[in-house]
Design a protein around this ligand. Structure first.
Ligand code: DAH
Length: 340
């Protein structure tokens, strides 16, 4: 009898059902009045007394197992699901899940914003479609001034002039119009210029702008912030160099180079053998700009800077063609799978 019980236990463990009807068949076979298990209980009565303990225990176990198994199989059809067709191995490992990657520009934008957030800059964003005031006039570009030609502009309409913003400096104006100093902000975003697309230029690119306005802000503060940024971004050994330049909205204005992180300043084709690579424009906010935005330049001063995210990313990851960022070729993007 013990053997019989063991055989049934094994059978029940291995049994499956393909439909509700089959579960019912199983219930009838094992548990109905004339089913195999009740018949064994009848047989149990004739068992020699010394065997009763062991056989009784096993028999109860068999009944429990059968009931549980039938409940389990029934539950599988409760939601109208069909059973697993035979031949499918449910224990097989699932197909490898391939996580996507963050775009290299997103990775570097975050890194830039994180670095400046550690020295007190918060993030502020503005629209990609801008009026003439925010993109040009408030930033001290007089109408018809040749400085406007530095940025070949996509116009959406003329009179009033509405453009796709040519730089994120427009967001400086929006921030100063709506916030009182002290101000420490970064402005990330997409910008547009009517450029011929090549390995070095694109009609769409991304910038991060920075602005700090307070009492007694000096050029030394600007240099300090930019030096901190350069070392955090490109490594402790990085050096910076500021060269005089011109922007209508800053006075004085400068361009900043970092020592070439590829050859360490010795000279290579990335830095065109100069040992330096230009990464951003900067300067002290022109008093006219402060005034245009309702900030008194006799009380406050400020510095600003703007950089291209593509440029920084190309340097950081030694990418030689800006078009790669916009083609979404998976073979390119997957190379950033372990970068955050
Ligand atoms: N807006 C400039 C450009 O797109 C970059 C720039 C230069 C931004 C100097 C600044 C700045 O804030 O101070 O070329």
């Amino acid at each position: 009898m013990i053997e019989k019980i063991h055989t049934l236990l094994k059978e029940i463990r291995e049994t499956t059902a393909a439909s509700r009807e089959e579960v019912e068949q199983l219930r009838l076979k094992y548990l109905s009045k004339k089913g195999l298990i009740p018949v064994l209980f009848d047989e149990f009565k004739t068992c020699p007394p010394e065997m009763k303990r062991e056989v009784g225990k096993l028999l109860n176990e068999l009944k429990d197992q059968a009931q549980q198994k039938i409940e389990l199989l029934k539950a599988g059809f409760e939601n109208g699901e069909e059973s697993v067709p035979s031949g499918i191995d449910m224990t097989r490992p699932v197909r490898q899940f391939e996580p996507g990657t963050r775009h290299p520009l997103s990775i570097v934008r975050k890194e830039i914003l994180d670095i400046f957030s550690r020295i007190g800059f918060t993030v502020f964003e503005g629209p990609e479609i801008e009026d003439d005031w925010h993109n040009f006039s408030a930033l001290n570009f007089p109408p018809e001034h040749p400085a406007r030609d530095m940025q070949d502009t996509f116009f959406i309409s003329k009179d009033p002039d509405i453009t796709l913003r040519t730089h994120t400096s427009s967001v400086q104006v929006r921030a100063m119009e709506t916030h009182k100093p002290p101000l420490r902000m970064t402005f990330p975003g997409r910008v547009f210029r009517n450029e011929v697309i090549s390995a070095r230029a694109h009609c769409i690119f991304h910038q991060v702008e920075g602005l700090s306005v307070d009492k007694n802000v000096s050029f030394a503060d600007l240099k300090q912030a930019l030096m901190y940024f350069a070392k955090e971004m490109f490594g402790e050994k990085t050096e910076i160099r500021l060269r005089p330049s011109y922007f209508p909205f800053t006075e004085p204005s400068g361009e900043m180079d970092v020592s070439c992180n590829i050859c360490g300043g010795k000279g290579c084709n990335i830095c065109k053998n100069t040992g330096w690579v230009e990464i951003l424009g900067c300067g002290m906010v022109d008093p006219n700009v402060l005034e245009n935005c309702g900030i008194d330049p006799r009380i406050y001063s400020g510095y600003a800077f703007g950089m291209g995210i593509e440029r920084i990313t190309m340097l950081k990851y030694q990418i030689k063609d800006v078009r790669l960022f916009f083609e979404n070729d998976i073979r390119f993007l997957q190379q950033f799978i372990s970068a955050f």
